[in-house]
Structure formats: C-alpha cells, structure tokens
Design a protein around this ligand. Sequence first.
Ligand SMILES: Cc1cc2nc3c(=O)[nH]c(=O)nc-3n(C[C@H](O)[C@H](O)[C@H](O)COP(=O)(O)OP(=O)(O)OC[C@H]3O[C@@H](n4cnc5c(N)ncnc54)[C@H](O)[C@@H]3O)c2cc1C
Length: 483
Amino acid sequence: MTGSPKQVVIVGGGIAGLATTFALQERAAEAGIPLACTLIEAESGWGGKIVTHKVGDLIIEAGPDSFLSQKPWALELCGKLGLSGRLINTNELHKKTFVFSRGRLRELPEGLVVIVPTKLGPLFRSGLLSWSGIARMALDLVLPARRGAGDESLASFFRRRLGHEAFERLIEPLMAGIYAGDAEQMSLKATFPRFLEMEQQYGSLIRGMLAGRSTAGPGPRHGSPSRTMFVTVQNGLGEMVTALVGRIAGAGATLMPARQVVAIRVRAGRPGVRTYDVVLENGSAMSAEAVVLATPAFVSAELVRPLSPVSARMLETIPYASTATVSLAYAADALGSSVGGFGFVVPRMEGRELIAATWTSLKWAHRAPPAQALIRCYVGGVGREAILKADDERLVQQVRAELRSMAGIAAEPIYVEVNRWERGMPQYTLGHLDRLAQIKSSLGNYQGLYLTGSAYRGVGIPDCIRDGSETAAEVIRYVAARQ
Ligand SMILES: Cc1cc2nc3c(=O)[nH]c(=O)nc-3n(C[C@H](O)[C@H](O)[C@H](O)COP(=O)(O)OP(=O)(O)OC[C@H]3O[C@@H](n4cnc5c(N)ncnc54)[C@H](O)[C@@H]3O)c2cc1C
C-alpha cells in the first residue's frame, strides 16, 4: 500500500501508550502501510507510573517494581527490545513471603498456587488459619457451584468457596497487595475470571488448581522455563522505558513530551468517516485519522466529553485508589535477622497502615550495594487512604513505627524516599465489564477513536502491553480499510 502516511496520535506516554506506538509501527511495517505516529505526554519524562530512580548505587522503583512472567506480553516485548539478557529473576535463596497475623509475621505456606492453597498440612503448620478455618476451606471440595451469570465481588466469591477466615487472613491481603482495592467492591469477572471458570468447570477451586498443576506437566511453571513468577530488569523497569522510547523514536515516531492534550475535536469529514483535531494546552492542534487515548480514565472522560457525554459519564465512574511507596535504605548490619524472605502483606482486618512491605534488596539482585539493605513499604489503597493526608515527614514516621512494631526494625534509615500516586490505581468494581461494553457502544459513532491502558482490561504491565498491542491491531485494520 502506498500514498501519504496516515496520521495516528497516541495520547499518554505510560507503558500502554508506548506499547501501542511500538505495535503500531511494527504492524504498519508488516502490512506495508505508511503511518506517521505522534506520541504526546504531559510530563517531561516517559513511562507514566514506571519511574526508576538511581540514588548512588541504590535502584529505587517509585511505582511498579516487576512484572508477572506468566502473562507473556512483557517478556515478549523485552525480547523484541533486546532486553532478554537484562531480565533478572527473584532471588530464590530468599523465596519466602510472610503475612502479618495476630501480632507477628507468619510464613505463607508452601502449596499456595497464586492465592488458593492446595496443601492443607503446611497451611495448618503456618499458624495462619485455625483448624476450623482450614476445615471450612476444605468444604470447597463439595460445595455446589453458584448458578447465574451475574457479577460477584471477590469477597463474596472467596467467602462462599473458602470461608470467612481463609478470605480475611490469607486471600484478602494478597489481593490488596495487587490492586490496593476493597475486595467487597471488586469484580471477580474483571479481576480473576480464572477462578470463576474453575468453579464452573471443576466445581471447586482446590480441584481446579490441582488439575491445572497436573495438566501443566513437568515443563515450565511460568511463561518461560528460566523465569521466576515475577521478573524485572537489571537497572530497574525504567530501562525498559528507555529502550522502548529509543526504538519508537528510531522507527520515526514524533515524540512530544511536556505537552498536555486538552481536547479532541471532530473535523468535517466524509459521512461516517471522522478526522480528528488533537488540541494542546498552547492552543495548537494536530490532525489525525486515528487517536488512541492511553490516559487514565478520568482524563479520557474529559477529552471525550464534548463528543460523547454518555461515554464521559461512564469513564468517570471507574474509581481510582491513591497509594504511596516509601523506600528506606539501611546499613545492612543494622537490620540483623529481622529481615528475611521477600517481605510481607498485611490483612485489612489487622487495622494497620501498611498494605505490604518488600525486602527489595533480598528479593532482587542489583538493588543495593552489599553493605546496604533496601526496603519498600506500600500504603494507602481503598479505605486506607487517611495516612496519605500526612506530609512526607509524618508519613515516614508512621511507616517506620509500623516496621518497628511488625518486623522489629528500629534502626535509623540512611536514605528515605516517598513516592505518591494520587488516583494511581484503577479499580475494577462490580459491573466493570458491563461498563466497558457501554463505553464502547457509546463511542460507536467515533470511528478511529480508541481507549487503552490500565483502566480497562488489566492493571498489570503485561496486560497494559497486550491491550496496547491489540488496540494497535484495531487501528491498523481501520486505517487500512479507509485507504
Ligand atoms: C505504586 C504502584 C505499584 C505498582 N506495581 C506494579 C507491579 O509491580 N507490577 C505491575 O505489573 N504493575 C504494577 N502497577 C500497575 C502498573 O504500573 C500500571 O497499571 C501501569 O504502569 C499503568 O500504565 P498506563 O500506561 O495505563 O498508565 P500511566 O502509566 O498512568 O500513563 C498514562 C500517561 O498519560 C499521561 N497523561 C495524562 N493526561 C494527559 C494529557 N492530558 N495529555 C498527555 N498525556 C497525559 C500521564 O502523564 C501518564 O504518563 C503498579 C502501580 C502503582 C501505582
């Protein structure tokens, strides 16, 4: 296909916008379609939530610190960027995770597959659940599956299958660590549809988990045989962003950092065929045949409001949780034996401020020099946002008080860094998938306008990359059909 290049504007230079641009260039080249991509980002730096700071020999992740290898899309992208050799696994020597429960840290039992336990003996020995809690959990093997296709909250589903105690003490803290959300409000269908399928197929989560293990055979346990469940990049996830930006710029994309998109307008076009003006804060505008909004849902809501008030209303109903990460570096010998394993999670029922803490320099190599230890604490989230009202100094004091009482860490840190993520984590609440369907249909008149990013079909980095790539495929089909 020849002719003048088709203009595509991507708004938002987080991982979703970057991955969309990369995939657009790749797919356009394969299809022989001349495409001119422009990526616009409000901040001066690229990567959105992915922010890596190098402080001396410390590598500090302000936002995400790793990604799941089981979902292959981030691994694949790293391969294409030539980063496979830069990926690092978790340090299996320290492979233990703890739950803070009834006054102390207790090790998560062996046999926990994702979040559902499959071995009852280790679970009992962990002291996390009472005998009666474990017996109730085992009822999962005989309880009938729920009928009806409606959505259900994570809390309702797991309480129904595994009982109150297993939910509150084991499952809730592991899920809160991922979504910073409230399991009473979160949609099972939008977050963990696999568990629903297991209930339907096997009548039991435990049986479904065991069956999944045996059919997986002796081969790779995760996306790749040599990868642990979570992986990261040697110098931090920022390395992935730098490589992506270099690659898309090298392939001819126009990159516009520190530019805010304030409106999307429809230009007169042939009936049924739209052309858009993407308007910047300085009043300038660029014309595009397709526009991809890879911005948070509340930003996209404002951008589409003049075109489709209904879509805007639906988009702004996607709630966001605010969180903060607090990284603390210590002299390694000051911590003694108080720190071991990958870190711990804290059940909401414990009524504490911390959601989780990671012993970063034990979990990953290359994060701190040998004489130092790096810890990262995670606070905030739905229903626990009060702590974020404190200024940085007070926030650090509160986090240190929690570390002292939960993990016995009283030492003075040698470096502290607070990173706040206001409205940083989209929440897939009950009815999320219906909401997405309504947004799609209400934007039906605006061919060539697309939404991607963490607000919709997966919050993790691999899902954002997959969604960006699928969006790129739709754009290419659309542009090709317009020739
Ligand atoms: C503290 C924290 C820890 C996390 N940990 C993990 C983890 O370990 N592993 C994992 O897989 N996921 C993790 N996540 C989730 C994951 O990091 C995010 O869901 C993902 O990075 C979001 O990518 P995105 O591109 O959709 O959005 P963003 O990264 O938010 O990018 C959107 C971009 O749009 C830009 N923008 C906004 N408005 C405009 C405008 N008007 N004009 C132009 N640009 C605009 C923003 O500046 C931003 O750069 C974590 C998230 C947080 C907050």
